[in-house]
Design a protein around this ligand. Structure first.
Ligand code: FDA
Length: 303
């Protein structure tokens, strides 16, 4: 789709971000995908989703921070949020991004922050998943997750089927018993590293799904595409995986019909629930995935 690349480009454009973030209509449009700006709002929505039979992974929005203090504050917010969720007895884990924890400033700082979050999540009996960002961070993220997992096995990560390296990465994670969330990949990547055609990304997703159901620990299949969900259900059958041994994950505000259908069929469904004031990059990636959403934004901007 012709609008996809410009939207992905805009997701990193600071001037457009400044324009959209002060626009109340854009904020209203973003609220379709984001629980709210505060932790309390997010936990309220999480409680509602739990009541409806969905699990939650909470994402405190933010990425590519450039100041150590900002990274420390972000880590503290995430640890405090998971503790608050445990006190409220919510069925909720965390999704974190290493660039939010300061990896672009200093890898040691990000690892320190990640370990602190995992220690507090472990004490609260909760799971932490490290999201996968652009391909410049793939190797570092996988290495850090493996190091932290040795001491704190409450951590998992994400593999993108757009990246050609992913089959080897999944084998490594499977061998180490690290849980993988499989996604297509939301970042613009060069053709030497990543498949560019939708069909190739979908086919590779299927191949990786099979590898996860055959050898993986607690696979999470994160897609809204019916074909890939049906394929995962077939793989679960073929490899004898009971519904409580894997889960489907979907984004808040997307394919609600499918979320409910899978839940009603007895599958575990976890909703990725973002919150925080730094919603711009996340929101723009959701527009890029489905440029038809652009009309939804424009409608709000006009009203
Ligand atoms: P696809 O984009 O083909 O969508 C299938 C159908 O779903 C569409 O036809 C439409 O009906 C609906 N749909 C999908 N996106 C929509 C949207 N934005 N608005 C409205 N409808 C939409 N990526 C990454 O690089 N790193 C990560 O860590 C994560 N983490 C993550 C967690 C979870 C729980 C999910 C579901 C996704 C991610 N992603 C991600 C994003 C992922 O890489 C991918 O960009 C999106 O999931 C969209 O791809 P689909 O597989 O849903 O297929």
């Amino acid at each position: 789709m012709i609008l996809r690349q410009p939207l992905r480009y805009l997701s990193r454009c600071k001037n457009f971000e400044r324009f959209l973030k002060v626009n109340p209509w854009a904020r209203r449009a973003a609220s379709r995908f984001v629980a709210g700006e505060s932790r309390d709002e997010a936990l309220r929505v999480a409680a509602e989703l739990n009541r409806e039979g969905f699990k939650v992974t909470l994402d405190y929005l933010g990425e590519e921070v450039t100041r150590s203090e900002e990274a420390r504050l972000a880590a503290e917010e995430q640890a405090a949020a998971v503790e608050a969720a445990a006190v409220a007895k919510l069925d909720l884990g965390l999704s974190v991004k290493l660039s939010h924890l300061g990896v672009l400033i200093d890898e040691g700082l990000a690892e320190e922050n990640l370990r602190m979050i995992c220690q507090r999540a472990a004490a609260a009996g909760r799971f932490v998943r490290v999201d996968m960002e652009g391909s410049n961070l793939t190797s570092g993220t996988l290495a850090m997750v493996q190091r932290v997992h040795e001491d704190l096995p409450v951590i998992g990560t994400v593999i993108q089927s757009a990246l050609k390296r992913s089959s080897a990465d999944i084998e490594t994670l499977n061998r180490r018993g690290i849980s993988v969330r499989l996604v297509k990949g939301a970042y613009l990547e060069p053709s030497d590293l990543a498949f560019q055609r939708r069909e190739e990304i979908t086919l590779y997703f299927m191949r990786l799904t099979e590898s996860l159901f055959r050898d993986g620990y607690r696979p999470a299949i994160a897609t809204h595409e019916d074909l890939l969900i049906d394929y995962a259900i077939d793989m679960a059958f073929i490899y004898g995986r009971a519904p409580e041994e894997f889960e489907f994950q979907m984004l808040y505000g997307i394919r609600r019909d499918l979320q409910e259908k899978l839940r009603d069929q007895g599958y575990r469904v976890r909703i990725y629930l973002p919150y925080g004031s730094d919603w711009y990059g996340y929101f723009m990636r959701r527009l890029a995935e489905r440029p038809a959403n652009l009309w939804f934004l424009l409608r709000h901007l006009r009203n």
